[in-house]
Design a protein around this ligand. Structure first.
Ligand SMILES: Cc1cc2nc3c(=O)[nH]c(=O)nc-3n(C[C@H](O)[C@H](O)[C@H](O)COP(=O)(O)OP(=O)(O)OC[C@H]3O[C@@H](n4cnc5c(N)ncnc54)[C@H](O)[C@@H]3O)c2cc1C
Length: 347
């Protein structure tokens, strides 16, 4: 019989993030597939009551809470004992946690402390005849492996964006307190704050419904013999703002800056999608001025609905890689799309 612990840290306002609700969905599905065993939820943070109330109706047999001012900050030396205390208090054989930067950094060490094992970047969990398995991708998302482990406790970090967030109703929770040992000497490291780009400079938004991919075509000479990089910037940024979309790019486009050509000022290599870039997860994707070559489209593996705009009816997207290909000028289509989005936002 497995005891499943969903381990979540709270946000600064005491709430629980979407990635943790996704992990809860995974754990609930695993729990019912195991038909037996125990589901426990453990919350770690400075204040955990709002999160506990949010999860009150999730069907867990126990709700544990480690609440301490030192746990307000993501700090290895305090997060690790808190996670360890949760695993011990729950007697978990399997710990499922969202693959946030905070848990990714800490839980492999906790698995080591407890003599367990850890798997990161897990894309699914399942059970068959009482045996739990996970799947994850290797070699730039080209090979998927299904794994089982006999060692316990088994820590499983679930990648965000795979499972739907648990949507149940909140309630009034009465969590069992768990008290990790956090002596003063563990609290020497202080997080002074966060530095992040200004909101308008942040183009990568993993939670966005739409991924807009910009290809090198945006910087190429157009029908009138001129390149229109400034227009391209305006159209792309306009769409990102109006559709609250995330921005992906092709390798050709991000590489242009190294070649001294006119480039889109807000793009970096972090935007690159594909074989040597990222494999984002968004419900929808729209590729613009992008040829749709295999090393790029391999990064679209987890995009559910794919559309592309390209002047070339024989581009890669036309060969079964997009659900819809608009054979059109992206400058015109995106200007119209932005106009319609602005109207819809204004009304
Ligand atoms: C080992 C290796 C790894 C690679 N890894 C990656 C990777 O991770 N990610 C990646 O993206 N690429 C990768 N590549 C490169 C990849 O093969 C392609 O070269 C690249 O994706 C092409 O980028 P692109 O489509 O933006 O540019 P182009 O091939 O130059 O295509 C531009 C497109 O824009 C269209 N266009 C121009 N003007 C307009 C307009 N007004 N309206 C509509 N369409 C227009 C053109 O018709 C054309 O199809 C890799 C290559 C190799 C060899």
């Amino acid at each position: 019989m497995e005891t499943l612990l969903v381990l979540a840290h709270t946000e600064p306002d005491g709430s629980v993030a979407g990635a943790a609700l996704e992990t809860l969905t995974a754990a609930r599905q695993l729990h019912s597939a195991l038909s037996g065993g125990t589901l426990v939820v453990g919350l770690v943070g400075e204040s955990v009551q709002p999160a506990a109330n949010r999860l009150a109706g999730c069907g867990a047999a126990r709700l544990l809470a480690a609440s301490h001012p030192a746990l307000a900050q993501a700090r290895y030396s305090t997060d690790a004992p808190a996670a360890e205390a949760m695993a011990r208090a729950s007697q978990a054989s399997i710990v499922l946690a969202p693959a946030t930067s905070r848990w990714n950094r800490v839980l492999p060490g906790v698995a080591q402390r407890l003599g367990g094992r850890v798997d990161t970047h897990v894309a699914s969990v399942a059970a068959s005849e009482g045996a739990v398995s996970i799947s994850r991708w290797y070699y730039r998302q080209r090979m998927e492996a299904t794994l089982r482990r006999s060692q316990r406790p088994w820590f499983i970090l679930i990648d965000p964006g795979v499972y739907a967030p648990w949507q149940g109703q909140p309630g009034a929770a009465n969590a069992e307190p768990v008290t990790p040992q956090l002596p003063e000497n563990l609290i020497r490291t202080e997080v002074l704050g966060f530095r992040e780009p200004a909101i308008e400079a942040r183009t990568i938004r993993p939670e966005a419904d739409v991924l807009l991919v910009a290809g090198a075509g945006w910087t190429k000479k157009q029908g009138d013999g001129q390149s229109k990089v400034k227009d391209a910037e305006k159209l792309i940024l306009g769409f990102l703002k109006l559709a609250r979309a995330s921005l992906g790019s092709t390798k050709s486009l991000v590489d242009l800056s190294g070649e001294g050509q006119a480039v889109l000022s807000f793009l970096t290599h972090l935007n690159q999608v594909g074989q040597t870039g990222s494999t984002p997860r968004h419900p929808k994707g729209l590729a613009t001025c992008c040829h749709g070559e295999e090393p790029h489209t391999v990064g679209w593996r987890f995009i559910h609905e794919r559309r592309a705009i390209n002047l070339d009816p024989n581009c890669g997207w036309a060969r079964g890689k997009a659900d819809v290909l608009y054979v059109a000028d992206a400058f015109v289509v995106m200007a119209k799309a932005n106009e319609l989005l602005a109207q819809a936002g204004a009304s």
